[in-house]
Design a protein. Structure first.
Lengths: 214, 191
């Protein structure tokens, strides 16, 4: 059972906001996604069955099957929806800030809190790291960083020259990822007081600096 | 030259993984390959196969980063050191046949072990970089108020990330690597 790579989430997907009125299909999908997350947080991905999710969602198995056609598809959709939701949450944290520094600090803190409070992901990190790591390291890590960078770029576009936005988005995604994954960082990104000096002294100057002659 | 039994066992485990993969390698294979007795192997590695595999991953990571350090230690300055190091490490990873094979066939076994062993690599890179940063500071090339320890940690973490996953950066293009090092990595550190 494999999770989808994050590259399957395009920036377009992640900028969609939910429609004001939900169709029955969307309500079913929403319930199934919630139920999948609850089951994974409780038992992990390997032990979660399609039946578990149906029971947790309060849906007939046949209904759920008509919409998703199996566990693999359910996990793909859950991952894509969660990635889009977290990306939107991170952009929203930046949108209410006035300065580049405040926006980046807010994005790091929000990203780190989203991860820390994500019970399903925390279970996977602790007990089934083999499920997550193949999607965020080495070659898959490239796709993850590019996708995550593109997803957050709109939130920083008003602070830096257009030609550096995508580059900066990827760097911010990289800094956040490398401080969130093991080995444990001495800097706790959920703590604004610890995050601000990192952003001010090390991260932002790298995004704003232009090397002469390049 | 007499090779320590521990070293012989790790090197033999590595050879077995290259041949059979992590899942299929057995302690008996390592006995045959190393010429070290089963009893001695369990004395050295009481955790058996799991411990052998974990320590072999750590052993190969040590070798990898030791070769990297040897390749770059004479670089003219800190930025040059990072540029050379990133290019060398990227090429070594691309050409690392055992790593490529296991990443392809058994990533779920390998990646958690790499993650467990990574903290030592991070400490190694941080300790390796710090004296170069101190030299830059003595030469007046470090921005005022930079905490060298924190800067070395930051650079080590990001370098490790870039070695595994360069993202959009083309590590075969010296101009791009130069830009990456002098802007993203060192923009807040060097003057």
């Amino acid at each position: 059972m494999a999770l989808p790579t994050m590259s399957s989430v395009t920036p377009e997907d992640t900028t969609l906001s939910p429609p004001p009125v939900e169709s029955p299909a969307e309500r079913i999908e929403e319930r199934a996604v919630r139920a999948t997350l609850v089951c994974v947080a409780r038992h992990g991905l390997a032990k979660t069955t399609f039946d578990d999710v149906a029971r947790e969602a309060g849906c007939a198995r046949a209904t759920l099957y008509r919409y998703f056609g199996g566990k693999r598809q359910l996990v793909l959709i859950t991952t894509a929806r969660e990635a889009a939701r977290i990306a939107a949450s991170i952009r929203a944290a930046a949108d209410v800030e006035e300065t580049f520094e405040d926006a980046v600090v807010a994005m790091f803190v929000r990203a780190a809190r989203e991860l820390r409070e994500h019970e399903a992901l925390q279970f996977l990190f602790a007990f089934e790291p083999e499920v997550v790591l193949p999607h965020v390291t080495f070659d898959a890590g490239n796709r993850f960083l590019v996708a995550a960078g593109s997803a957050i770029s709109p939130a920083i576009a008003r602070f830096i020259p257009a030609e550096r936005v995508e580059r900066a988005g990827e760097w911010l995604a990289r800094v956040a990822l490398t401080h969130a994954l093991p080995p444990t960082s001495p800097i706790d990104l959920t703590d604004e007081a610890e995050t601000r000096p990192l952003v001010r002294e090390l991260v932002l100057p790298g995004l704003l600096h232009s090397e002469p002659g390049t | 030259m007499q090779v320590e039994p521990r070293e012989r066992v790790l090197s033999a485990t590595y050879a077995c993984v290259a041949r059979f993969g992590m899942g299929k390698t057995t302690v008996d294979d390592v006995v045959k390959e190393s010429g070290v007795s089963r009893a001695s192997i369990y004395r050295l590695f009481p955790g058996g196969k799991d411990q052998l595999l974990r320590e072999t991953v750590g052993w190969e990571m040590n070798r990898f980063f030791t070769r990297l350090a040897e390749a770059v230690y004479e670089a003219p300055d800190f930025a040059g050191l990072l540029q050379e190091g990133l290019v060398f490490a990227h090429r070594s990873i691309q050409e690392h046949e055992v790593l490529r094979k296991v990443l392809e066939t058994e990533p779920e076994r390998l990646l958690p072990l790499i993650t467990v062993e990574q903290h030592r690599v991070l400490d190694f890179i941080t300790a390796f970089l710090l004296p170069y940063l101190e030299r830059e500071q003595r030469a007046g090339r470090v921005q005022p108020d930079v905490d060298l320890g924190a800067a070395a940690q930051y650079v080590a973490r990001l370098v490790l990330s870039l070695i595994g996953s360069p993202g959009r950066w083309d590590m075969d293009d010296p101009a791009q690597v130069r830009l990456l090092v002098r802007e993203e990595l060192l923009g807040g550190i060097l003057v």
